[in-house]
Design a protein around this ligand. Structure first.
Ligand code: PNW
Length: 443
């Protein structure tokens, strides 16, 4: 059980759980187009055991049961993503009516159960047809993405509580184009610089286009890591500062100050698109709310031999999750407080927070993880951060990208042979916080 009470968070505070289309849907039928994760995951060497999202949690067929789990848990909201290639199989042009029908059913199912839909337009499943045209390296993606955003806004917008453009632009840009860990798997500073700008340009272009169609409650979701020096030595502190720039400030400064941080730009400058500075007003288009994903901190040391970015992450001493990430709840308080003190006073939502654990339904470490991070939200609120809601990652065990199915983040266990869902202790802890009850219709 958690040590907090629901009322501690304020009257209108929303609790939810989050997922993403590629990680849970499966259902690669009914006209859905190919995405870069279909091809990337099927290429040996990219993903643990070459696992793919072909079936995943079969949420495409089992969504009523999954929405029941949210409702029975007492959650107020559900954060999900639209699969771009399900709605527009080639990325631009023809719309897939069966894709529209699926999200109509899903959204209506949320509303029938009293769940507020928190939608994300892009959680990494780029249509392959657009990758063939350069994907995030092609400036035209700003217009491709805005057209897709307008389709979603005009058809579903009235029923959505909030809409986020991009999930985690750092992952879209750096993890995917510089570190090669996510699709399309590039390791190229020029690609990373371009993707880093185009993803924010696409975001701003889409916000403006949706607003012109009457869109409300529009935002973006960024991920943050608290970067600390491996030692107090100036060069290690400098490495941490640079990582903070790559991971956190690039996006915060771009979105809220209309200017990229000079220290990171010094590395990216030769590779940036021409005249990128002219786009910064679009990049920093005012938002209605801001989503914060937080999992861990990182310790960094200076590593001059590493070329483009002279730093290295080192192993830290704190307790770790099953994915090796240090557990550091203080970091969530720090990042929320920093954003509200230095960047913006629009409402903040914690749109993802959670931990990977070994398979099982008794997950006391995860209960403790959530309890600590919920405490960090309360601490940030006391320090003035306007935090309006909190989403656990994730509702279900699911496809953890390059880690495949091995790393489990769910509040609910999924048996991938039978697709049976079983609530874990952490789900019960939320249920007890949110409903006062410790049992459920869903046994
Ligand atoms: C986020 N990193 O991904 C995503 O939004 C989720 O889809 C994902 O399942 C979740 O966090 C857990 O990993 C990240 O390497 C993946 O720093 C990798 C990193 C950060 C976030």
């Amino acid at each position: 059980m958690f040590s907090h009470k629901r009322a501690d968070f304020g009257e209108n505070f929303l609790f939810g759980a989050a997922t993403a289309a590629y990680q849970i849907e499966g259902g690669q039928t009914d006209g859905r187009g190919s995405s870069i994760w279909d091809t990337f995951s099927a290429t040996p060497g990219n993903v643990h055991n070459s696992e793919t999202g072909k079936i995943a949690c079969d949420h495409y067929n089992r969504w009523p049961e999954d929405l029941d789990l949210l409702a029975d848990g007492g959650f107020d909201a559900y954060r999900f993503s639209f699969a771009w290639p399900r709605l527009i199989p080639e990325g631009t042009g023809t719309v897939n009516q069966k894709g529209i029908d699926f999200y109509d059913r899903l959204i209506d199912g949320m509303l029938e159960r009293g769940l507020k839909p928190f939608a994300t337009l892009y959680h990494w499943d780029l249509p392959s047809a657009l990758q063939d045209k350069g994907g995030w390296l092609n400036r035209d993606i700003a217009n491709w993405f805005a057209d897709y955003a307008v389709l979603v806004q005009s058809h579903f917008g009235d029923r959505l509580e909030t809409t986020a453009t991009i999930n985690e632009p750092w992952c879209v840009a750096f993890l995917s184009h510089m570190l090669g860990v996510h699709a399309p798997g590039y390791r190229d500073i020029r690609a990373a610089a371009r993707a880093s700008h185009h993803v924010l340009l696409a975001h701003g272009t889409a916000i403006n286009a949706m607003r012109a169609e009457g869109g409300k409650n529009l935002g973006i979701v960024c991920n943050f890591e608290v970067a600390q020096g491996a030692t107090g030595k100036p060069e290690d502190m400098g490495a941490a500062r640079l990582w903070d720039g790559i991971f956190n400030r690039w996006y915060l400064d771009g979105l809220f100050k209309g200017k990229y941080p000079a220290d990171v730009l010094a590395h990216f400058a030769p590779h940036m698109p021409d005249d990128f500075a002219d786009d910064m007003a679009v990049v920093s288009t005012p938002l209605d709310w801001f989503g914060v994903n937080y999992y861990t901190r990182g310790l960094y040391e200076h590593a001059p031999e590493r070329g483009a970015f002279p730093l290295r992450k080192v192993d830290g001493p704190l307790e770790k999750t099953a994915i090796g990430w240090e557990i550091f709840p203080e970091g969530l308080e720090e990042i929320l407080t920093r954003i509200s003190a230095d960047y913006t006073d629009i409402p903040l939502y914690v749109t993802e927070n959670g931990m990977a654990e070994v398979e099982g339904t008794d997950d006391p470490r995860r209960v403790a993880y959530y309890d600590g991070h919920l405490g960090a939200v309360l601490a940030a609120q006391r320090r003035g951060a306007d935090v309006r809601g909190y989403f656990g990652w994730s509702l279900l065990d699911n496809y953890e990208w390059a880690e495949g199915y091995d790393k489990r983040f769910g509040l609910v266990h999924v048996d991938y042979k039978t697709q049976k869902r079983t609530p874990k202790s952490s789900y019960r802890a939320f249920q007890s916080l949110l409903t006062g009850a410790n049992r459920s219709r869903v046994a």
